[in-house]
Design a binder for this molecule. Structure first.
Ligand code: V07
Length: 263
């Protein structure tokens, strides 16, 4: 039997897709976006400080990034820090701002091995310079990686993103580079921080909250939403598969119809 480059025959090793009983006809979402909620509540339930919940939540990020990569998902966008999060106690904000460094110190070798590309969206300039440095280094080191895009929303707010896009568009119009009559939906899309990414196919929010909290308002126009009571630190491969299966069931209902025909 023909052995693949890892020395295993196809019969010996089942891919994650096969293990999960996903046929090739089942649609794997290209882009999954997640609002990772419930870290504080997870800690409170255990009488631990909130930061212990954030640390556990970071370990879940690693687990889910691996799983998304194994499934062949193209983009995983994670809401790590919102513009609202500045209102939290300074000690908690300081801890959160140290998490990217903690995460990358332990995960960077695997990120390179897996060919993962780290990206960021949000107002980076307002982050502590040490955090900015760590993020810039990770983006620079992984910029030629062609696998999963691990896109962190850091100091991100969707309305602020839209305001920024509008101002940038106005500047181009005032310079005569852009004609008002030519502005359409794709113009707006192209001025957002996600211009290089496909729109999310699936949005997941953990911890029982059922709102968008200023996350990707424009980009989620046609996205399927999936909510779970599971707290983010308890979220795992099985919960992710549950969300993907729900997504596939909904998509199968449109049997064979293309996006433009169902919208
Ligand atoms: C953060 C852990 C996950 C739950 C939500 C809040 C706490 C990973 C990162 C991260 C960000 C950028 C990067 C590498 C890792 C992170 C913050 C909070 C602010 F390049 N987890 N995580 N950043 N939490």
């Amino acid at each position: 039997m023909l052995k693949n480059i890892f020395g295993k025959s196809k019969k010996e090793k089942k891919s994650l897709k096969e293990q999960q009983n996903l046929s090739n006809n089942d649609l794997i979402p290209s882009h999954i976006a997640i609002i990772m909620d419930g870290n504080g509540r997870w800690a409170k339930k255990r009488a631990l400080p909130r930061v212990a919940g954030h640390h556990e939540g970071m370990k879940t990020v690693r687990k889910i990034a691996r799983c998304a990569d194994d499934l062949g998902i193209k983009v995983l966008t994670l809401y790590a820090f919102s513009t609202e999060n500045w209102k939290r106690p300074k000690s908690e904000v300081d801890y959160l701002m140290g998490l990217p460094e903690k995460f990358l110190k332990s995960f960077m070798p695997e990120i390179m091995e897996r060919n993962i590309r780290v990206q960021m969206m949000g107002e980076k300039g307002a982050l502590p310079t040490s955090t900015q440095t760590v993020l810039n280094e990770a983006m620079e080191r992984t910029k030629n990686n062609s696998g999963l895009i691990l896109n962190f929303a850091m100091n991100y707010g969707s309305r602020a993103e839209i305001v920024r896009a509008m101002k940038d568009i106005m500047v181009e119009v005032s310079k005569g580079n852009l004609n008002v009559d030519s502005i359409d939906e794709s113009t707006i899309t192209n001025y957002l921080m996600t211009s290089q990414l496909p729109e999310p196919d699936l949005l997941i929010r953990t911890s029982g909250e059922v709102r968008l909290s200023n996350f990707m308002l424009w980009q989620l126009a046609y996205t399927e939403f999936w909510f779970t009571d599971t707290l983010w630190p308890d979220f795992n491969e099985e919960t992710l598969m549950e969300a993907i299966h729900a997504f596939q069931k909904r998509n199968r209902r449109y049997g064979g119809l293309k996006g433009e025909e169902i919208n």
